[in-house]
Design a protein around this ligand. Sequence first.
Ligand code: ALA
Length: 460
Amino acid sequence: MRIFYKKSLQSMMDSAEKHALKKTLGALDLTLLGIGCVIGTGIFVLTGMAAAKYAGPAITISYALAGFACVFAALAYAELASMVPVAGSAYTYSYISMGELVAWIVGWGLILEYAVGASTVAAGWSGYVVGILKSVGLAIPDSLTKVPSQGGIVNLPAVCIALFVGALLTRGIKESANLNRILVAVKLSAIFIFLFVAAPHIDTANWSNFMPFGFSGVATGAGAIFFAYVGFDAVVCAAEECRNPNRDLPIGLIASLFICTVLYITVAAVLTGIVPYTTLNNPEPLASALRANGSHIGSALVATGAIAGLTTVILVLMYGQSRIFFVMSRDGLLPQFFSRLHPKFQTPHISTIIIAFAVAIISGFTPINTMGNLTSMGTLLAFIMVAIGVMVMRRTKPEVERPFRCPAVYVVAPIAILSCGYLIFELIKQTGLPFLIWGIIGLVVYFGYMSYRKRSLEVQ
Ligand code: ALA
């Protein structure tokens, strides 16, 4: 049965060698790629909403809980990434360990993480840019900044940023990584400016009602802000473009996750310490909290940094998506043009252009309310599959060398599965139906494409 067909590790490595991407990235690039993808809409936007609606100041605990689930998943990722340094992330690991159908389902879920995630962030980027332009007297008409269901025509700034990032990625990963370094520096500066300016204004009275909605609010909050962690796994999409993947991938994964978790918990604590949590449900909570404390310059700097931050997230998510499609096409699960390389830039340019247009269309015309949750659910599904995959591989391929071994794998992987499963359960309560519909479409596409491919092979 084809659906149970598993790729061998060797055949994956061979085709990676045959269709080689340029190897230019080191451990620092990977860590910055991770941070580039992680710090964005989650911390800059969702923290405020989740604190106000679900968790109150205990949003710090929500961040710790979601970070906890990610650390366990990251350890499983790190083992598989060091063992199978092939682009394609959870999709690739599932193909080797659990067969084609599971791999397809994971790849289909990863579209939610990467392409739908990038669309969500492009729409968030548009919100910040429109806000800043308005504050300097350059108002764009509503019809060009809102999607049809909100009474507009198109979210034009979101379309523009998606196409711009697509053009950049087509030119090459090294160029994109260079821009990423600069933007990551700007975004980290924004976070530190926020902490530095805000810390003297902390009033512990704001933390007095620490858990206003009880533990269930904290858990719902963890589901809502899980989006903030989405993307650290994008590091493994660069597997075929790094110089020393077996060593650098685990470093990139764990270092970027560690840095982001510490920053998130600190920012969340400071944010809920400088204003009452009830005032935080707005599109730019960090900037607005600074303004409420009289720091207008700090507020403008943080908003500018947020725009830089969101740009890097879009960049890395679209990059990750193009590499996943690249590998799926190399494996025959997508048409061949997805893995064709540009003769000069050596990038999968056709795939990148298609993704850029898809992200532009989704973010230009679709409301983003449920997009964030869908992104998180696709990501959590991938995490669960990776945690299962690492245990399956320990049983089925014990002989393969593992430069990084997940410690206590039979404890760590089940904890990852349970904690990610719990977060999916929290999200299903809000966005279960669209997730189910997405899954059904995925199965129809899979069986449709497979029967088409079979027919065309028979005709030949
Ligand atoms: N983690 C990324 C963000 O928060 C997707 O924007």
